[in-house]
Design a protein around this ligand. Sequence first.
Ligand SMILES: Nc1ncnc2c1ncn2[C@@H]1O[C@H](COP(=O)(O)OP(=O)(O)OP(=O)(O)O)[C@@H](O)[C@H]1O
Ligand SMILES: [Mg+2]
Length: 171
Amino acid sequence: MPVRPPLPLPAGFPERAVVLLIGLPGAGKTTYLRRRRLAALSSDELRQTILDDPADQRHPELVFSALRHLLRARLRAGRPLTFVDATNLSPREREPLMAIAEEYRYPCVALYFDVPPEICRRRNRRRGRAVPEAALERLAARLRPPASSEGFAAMYRIDAAGGAAPYFGPQ
Ligand SMILES: Nc1ncnc2c1ncn2[C@@H]1O[C@H](COP(=O)(O)OP(=O)(O)OP(=O)(O)O)[C@@H](O)[C@H]1O
Ligand SMILES: [Mg+2]
């Protein structure tokens, strides 16, 4: 198969930032990064590393303390861009990551995957390791779109086709 060149980030994307991906399972977060050949700190990869299973939802405190530790390490090392591939559904989950960014004087950027739950559900069903439907419902009820009041320096909305546009918060 021919190797496709990587897709670009949105025009004007910050060159130095902590970038939080936000969206339901099946919203296309990991795919978005893969198509751009962007490495990320991924909660699923850490589940694999720590629990030998990317779908094992036990021990979230171990997974996310490892994630925060790695984020700190990257920022201390001065890496310009760090993508965090996790659902990051609510301010409560985003706040500790944003606090670390602030501690190291990095701006935070939101990539909000605004994909209807029905599409996430359909994609989720087709996947090898599907999230149970009831869990997806609970996550959809918890999802809070990002707002600049949380402290994001820039926000982008990604649609179901992977298209990006600047985002100004929930209407
Ligand atoms: N823009 C797109 N168009 C069509 N299909 C897509 C698109 N983005 C992702 N998909 C498909 O949707 C499914 C889920 O995508 P992906 O694994 O990227 O979701 P995710 O947001 O990373 O989910 P999770 O939070 O569970 O890791 C995959 O099978 C992928 O191929
Ligand atoms: Mg993913």
